[in-house]
Design a protein around this ligand. Structure first.
Ligand SMILES: N[C@@H](CCC[C@H](N)C(=O)O)C(=O)O
Length: 279
């Protein structure tokens, strides 16, 4: 008997995932499917696989698998797309949704135009300084030196529920991301690997950022990475707390609220196509 799974391909600023509603279709080996389906030539093609499910403590749940099959704690772009998926497919009528993730419950606020969601704001919670491992000791990196390929950068490590290494530089075009990204992803400071963002300040409220994602490589955008970039920029005095982060595939507005310490991410969510695939 063939087992046909209905999926939806969606993107947020070009960060593209395959979405499966596990309330209808059960998926019992997502790590393998994320690898197989993410391949552009022999699969569906994506940055990874996202499973939408039920939760005992929130309206819905999200699980996210990178293109290499590793499971991630959080995904900013996927949380926005899930808001659109649920509302556009009439699975919920709510415009405020709680989402159970491996990094806690996230709140989504949907901007609806007609009967479709155009933008989503996600309360990403409070950022933390990510602990890195230096000579066996746990340390924080805030504008601290990290050397790769004989080049020293000033880096800040931030957790947005998942780990990020943010490096502000003067000219982002000078970075050979396909070469340096994988080296930094597996730098000994990060035994569990890390997402890497190179950022260039345009002005106090605008940053150009490129990302090398842990487990997926170069992606067109990264929601948690945009949040980490905004937080790092503010901590090291490069930017204000309300900024536009321009990535290869589009931009996100990130606001780090001074009163609550919470980070709010706002951006688009787009449905690309739907399809069916055999397990
Ligand atoms: N693209 C995502 C983050 C996906 C997970 C990341 N690669 C990790 O392993 O932590 C986003 O939009 O936040």
């Amino acid at each position: 008997m063939t087992n046909l799974i209905k999926f939806t391909k969606m993107h947020g600023a070009g960060n593209d995932y395959i979405y499966v509603n596990t309330l209808k279709y059960s998926i019992d080996h997502p790590e393998e499917l994320a690898i197989k389906w993410s391949k552009y030539h022999t699969g569906i093609g994506s940055d990874g696989l996202v499973l939408i499910g039920k939760s005992p403590i929130a309206d819905f749940s999200m699980r996210i698998f990178n293109a290499d099959g590793s499971e991630a704690m959080m995904c900013g772009n996927a949380s926005r797309c899930i808001g659109k998926y649920l509302y556009d497919n009439k699975i919920t009528e709510k415009e405020d949704i709680t989402l159970d993730t491996l990094s806690g419950i996230k709140h989504l606020h949907l901007a609806v135009s007609g009967d479709k969601v155009s933008k989503v704001t996600v309360d990403m919670g409070s950022p933390k300084l990510e602990e890195v491992l230096v000579n066996g000791n746990s340390e924080n990196l805030v504008s601290a030196e990290i050397t790769v390929n004989n080049q020293t950068y000033k880096a800040t490590a931030i957790s947005m529920g998942n780990p990020h290494l943010v490096i502000y530089i003067d000219d982002i075009e000078k970075i050979d991301l396909p070469v340096i990204g994988p080296i930094l992803e597996r730098h000994p400071f990060f035994p569990n690997r890390v997402n890497v963002e190179f950022a260039q300040k345009i002005d106090n409220k605008t940053v150009r950022m490129r990302v090398w994602e842990r487990g997926s490589g170069i992606t067109m955008a990264c929601g948690t990475g945009a949040c980490a970039t905004a937080v790092a920029g503010s901590i090291i005095g490069q930017t204000e707390r309300d900024v536009e982060i321009i990535m290869d595939g589009g931009s996100l507005n990130i606001k780090w609220d001074e009163q609550t310490d919470r980070v709010f991410m706002t951006g688009e969510a787009v449905t690309v196509f739907e399809g069916e695939i055999t397990l």
